[in-house]
Design a protein around this ligand. Structure first.
Ligand code: HEC
Length: 117
């Protein structure tokens, strides 16, 4: 098939746009400043520091967002997380959910204390 120069340049623009879009999707998320607050319990990369704190790494973005709104509104009750979520704006919640969802998950079962199996 022969292409006119105009058609050829349009085709290369379309290809360039396709590459630009996929490069954007793969770009890593910038670490939000507020991760520092969460890090003490959940770890900065979402791998928690102790078994009593849930891992957030690799959790669904939408789940994290929903959970944080639920703690903030009181729909989900937990004294520790209610205090944490109270200071988060909607934009903070979106950024934190994106950050933690894109970290590499770890799978492990923490050992239960003596006599709790
Ligand atoms: C002092 C410790 C502590 C800090 C700091 C903390 N969390 Fe938590 N987080 C917890 C605990 C404990 C739970 C489990 C609460 C429950 O049972 O609902 C939890 C649960 C969560 C959950 C729900 C996880 C799930 O699997 O359902 C999310 C999401 C979350 N925290 C996000 C955050 C974010 C984002 C921050 C920082 C702004 C933060 N947390 C700061 C202790 C903490």
């Amino acid at each position: 098939m022969t292409m006119t120069p105009m058609k050829r340049s349009l085709a290369s623009v379309a290809i360039a746009m396709t590459f630009a879009a996929s490069a954007q999707a793969a770009s890593p998320v910038e670490k939000p400043d507020k991760v520092g607050v969460c890090a003490a319990c959940h770890g900065a990369e979402g791998v928690s520091t102790q078994p009593i704190f849930p891992n957030l790494a690799g959790q669904q973005e939408n789940y994290i967002e929903h959970a944080l709104h639920a703690y903030k509104s009181g729909e989900r009750k937990n004294a520790i997380m209610a205090a944490q979520a109270a200071n988060l704006s909607d934009a903070d919640i979106k950024q934190l959910a994106k950050w933690f969802s894109q970290q590499t998950p770890v799978l492990y079962t923490p050992e239960l204390p003596e006599g709790k199996n």
